[in-house]
Design a protein around this ligand. Structure first.
Ligand code: PLP
Length: 440
């Protein structure tokens, strides 16, 4: 994912703090590189070999325990016993595809749809968020007759050919195709205080540009908490004007919930729920199976019919009974353990703790977010400019204090704070202490 620094220099955000050949000659690293080759990206100059994980903690081969604030997949907690049990039981009994009726699959889909707007009553199951977004883009094209997509300038929506073209942050070189326009994220920097109006105007300008290019728009596709753009959550409701604008142009709104979905923002089960809008399609993945690879797209039946009239869709592993068992266990745990409420309450505590640090240290330029999804901007003290080098230093400093964390944003200078939803108060406090230590 490329990022321009304040001086305009392009940085690769993962590479900024990734292992590079020569950094270490550890045998396990050599073995990994020999196996995965050029596509391999290992976190940290000194990569960590992990052996187990539980709750919010990961354990390395050397016995070091790390508090995991990096990874939003094991959202209900690493190796949650109820997910482990559900997957183990189902795989020992039956695993097949959606061409047979297996009740656990429909049980799951009904439980999932209980969290969805009524209009999105069909769900197509896939194995990855990329597949879900690929399908959503194709459905949007079939439903509108358009080919134009509006995304935000540092968005990441996945890795298929179609979705990569709509993921500006994935492009290391070259430019977006004519059919994709990237607009600034809904930030104060771009819109001032009128975030809703500013974002709507950006969408309208992109629509005008499509008209000039002779391209019919198909959809605005947005991660409703703008994760890779640097996390923009407030004020709740700001998305609705942009959604009105895209619909007025005959196009659709795709809510990419791969990051904010499943209770993470605390206020609502889905990120779009904070904005009082009903998307035309919702895509989801990562935390859906707590690590079991599963994803999906919720859609209006009429839109899916338009797509299926022209082309078939089958996904061998998508929505199989083991995925359904994992997904159902995740929903049950979120409900039974009050994890959305915990995201709201522990998230508020964490936000306040981080804001205290910001008040005392000018290099912590902004702290924003919702629930357990928080962005922390790091900047140069004198100039206030985004500071990716300080960010790398803080990421490394936190690792040495036993905390795993990554970065996002246009300049790679926003810490992406995204722990499991089962985070305890004392773990939030431990994070804040490690952050202060890493800044010192
Ligand atoms: C917002 C968003 N959408 C889609 C994807 C793609 O999901 P997957 O990696 O499961 O294909 C990602 C992955 O990071 C993502 O962050």
């Amino acid at each position: 994912m490329s990022r321009a620094t304040a001086s305009g220099q392009v940085r690769q955000i993962l590479d900024m703090n990734a292992f590079r050949p020569g950094d270490t000659d550890a045998e396990a690293v050599e073995r990994r590189l020999a196996n995965l080759g050029a596509a391999s990206v290992l976190f940290y100059r000194e990569p960590i070999e992990m052996v187990s994980a539980e709750g919010a903690w990961m354990t390395a081969k050397d016995g070091t325990r790390y508090l995991d604030f990096y990874n939003n997949v094991p959202s209900v907690g690493h190796s949650h016993p109820r997910v482990v049990e559900a997957v183990s039981r189902q795989i020992a009994q039956l695993n097949t595809n959606t061409r047979y009726i297996v009740s656990v699959v429909d049980d799951y889909l009904e439980a999932l749809k209980a969290h969805m707007p009524d209009s999105l009553s069909n769900v197509v199951m896939t194995c990855s968020g990329s597949e879900a977004n690929d399908l959503a883009m194709r459905v949007a094209m079939a439903a509108t007759g358009g080919t134009g997509f509006i995304v935000t300038e540092t968005a990441y929506h996945g890795n298929t050919a179609l979705v990569t073209e709509a993921s500006p942050s994935a492009l290391k070189r070259g430019s977006l195709p004519e059919t994709v326009i990237a607009i600034p994220p809904p930030s104060v920097q771009h819109s001032g205080e009128d975030i809703a109006g500013g974002f709507r105007r950006s969408v309208e300008m992109a629509l005008a540009e499509f008209a000039r290019r002779g391209i019919t728009p198909a959809a605005l596709m947005a991660d409703s908490i703008f994760s890779s753009d640097g996390i923009f959550a407030d004020p709740p409701g700001f998305l609705s004007e942009a959604v009105d604008a895209i619909r007025a142009a005959g196009a659709l709104f795709i809510a990419d919930e791969v990051q904010p979905g499943f209770g993470r923002t605390g206020d609502a089960f889905w990120g779009f729920g904070r904005h009082g809008i009903t998307p035309d399609m919702v895509t989801m993945g990562k935390p859906m199976g707590n690590g079991f690879p599963m994803a999906g797209m919720a859609v209006r039946p009429d839109h899916l019919e338009q797509f299926c009239a022209d082309v078939g869709y089958f996904n061998t592993f998508g929505g199989n009974p083991v995925a359904a068992a994992a997904g159902k266990a995740v929903l049950d745990v979120i409900r039974d353990e009050g994890l959305q409420e915990n995201a709201r309450d522990t998230g508020a505590l964490l936000l306040e703790g981080l804001r205290d640090v910001a008040r005392a240290d000018a290099r912590v330029a902004d702290v924003r977010g919702a629930g357990l999804f928080i962005g922390v901007d790091l900047a140069e003290e004198e100039t206030g400019r985004p500071d990716p080098d300080l960010t790398v230093k803080v990421i490394d400093g936190m690792r040495s204090r036993g905390v795993l964390i990554g970065a996002a944003g246009r300049y790679g200078a926003t810490l992406k704070v995204r722990p499991p939803l089962c985070l305890k108060r004392e773990e939030a406090e431990q994070f804040v202490e490690a952050f202060k230590g890493a800044l010192s």
